[in-house]
Write a protein that binds this ligand. Structure first.
Ligand code: TXA
Ligand code: MG
Length: 316
């Protein structure tokens, strides 16, 4: 990791805070900001020095490409070769938790550090008033991975961001807790649609809009989503899945009829569980005890939750 050298400014999501965050982005600095999924660590996607600042702050492997955030469909079309499927999906889900991977336009001006050498670009139009206001005011395409040290639990509050990245980034725009709580769904659209990462929009919802089934990324197709490393979202502690009760001194995260020290959703609501997932992993990790987690059904948002949990449980 690079040395912590910066004084990280904490910004309120008001007129002054937004103006400051936008001018920092325009000047090539790194700014963490809230989206409806998780906090992003943003930088101007056209400025290689700025993008390098993201990789340095996160200690992120530079072969792992970044999602570019735009305020609307028109801005996305300036960056990628748009398609009919993209139009249908964006009309249905943008602004929202769906990222589309499309061929990069050669005159888009995106730093090669963003795509890590791929000829495609991941674009997303986030929901959430603060993200929208920031993107409009900054007027630059904003590359932003989740705002956490690489491989660690994603951040759904400004406090999580501060705990992980204080002194390594210019500012944190505090927009309160994220409502969705898991990262966006990533869909490859270069050829027929491929689900590259399950996330905040369920596969079933996408299939309903497209009117046909969506293929899953094959497990050995490593390059198509290089961020899909086996160990990711990892707490300090050991994580045990499919637990119905705590063993030893484990802290138990419950779901449905499994009541834990904390419970993702007592009523078995997968949306509520997704919102609570990362905050509860952070809280459980802070106890310093090993973590056990109740079984989560593998449907709807449960697919994204189980994807994150399997990676959290993979030994590093
Ligand atoms: O909800 C989200 O998507 C959040 C917020 C901040 O927008 N961002 C996020 O970014 O989760 P990150 O960097 O943590 O995950 C981005 C994933 C990585 O797995 C990366 O490999 C993949 O997107 N990715 C980026 N560009 C890609 C491309 N051109 N082709 C395939 N996968 C790509
Ligand atoms: Mg991430």
């Amino acid at each position: 990791m690079s040395d912590p050298l910066l004084t990280t400014e904490m910004l309120a999501p008001d007129k002054d805070g937004l103006a400051r965050a936008a001018s920092l982005l325009q000047a090539g600095a790194t700014v963490a900001f809230p989206t409806e999924t998780v906090y992003g660590l943003g930088a101007d996607a056209r400025n290689s020095d700025a993008v390098a600042g993201i990789y340095a702050a996160k200690s992120r492997p530079s072969f792992n490409p970044l999602i570019v955030h735009v305020p609307d469909i028109a801005a996305a079309k300036e960056l990628v070769d748009w398609s009919e499927s993209a139009q249908h999906l964006a009309a249905a889900f943008w602004p929202g938790a769906l990222t589309l991977v499309l061929p990069l336009r050669h005159n888009a001006g995106i730093s090669p550090l963003v795509t890590a050498g791929l000829d495609t670009l991941a674009v997303r139009c986030p929901a959430g008033a603060v993200a929208q206001a920031l993107l409009k005011e900054a007027g630059v395409p904003v590359a932003a991975p989740s705002a956490n040290p690489s491989g660690r639990i994603s951040s759904t509050t400004a406090d999580h961001v501060k705990a992980g990245l204080d002194g390594r980034i210019a500012a944190i725009l505090d927009g309160g807790p994220c409502t969705v709580g898991v990262e966006s769904t990533i869909l490859g659209l270069q050829n027929s649609p491929v689900l590259l990462r399950p996330g905040g929009v369920a596969r079933e919802e996408i299939e309903a809009v497209l009117g046909h089934p969506v293929a899953l990324r094959s497990q050995n197709d490593a390059i198509s989503a290089p961020g899909q490393l086996a160990s990711h979202y990892a707490p300090e502690a050991r994580v045990r899945l499919d637990a119905r009760a705590a063993e030893g001194n484990e802290v138990l995260i419950g779901f449905g009829d499994v009541t834990g020290d904390m419970t993702l959703s007592a009523t078995g609501d997968l949306r509520e569980a997704a919102t609570n997932l990362f905050p509860m992993l952070h809280a459980a990790d802070a106890t310093g005890r090993p973590i056990a987690i109740a079984p989560i059904p593998d449907r709807g948002l449960g697919v994204a939750i189980n994807d994150r949990l399997r990676r959290a449980a993979t030994p590093r």
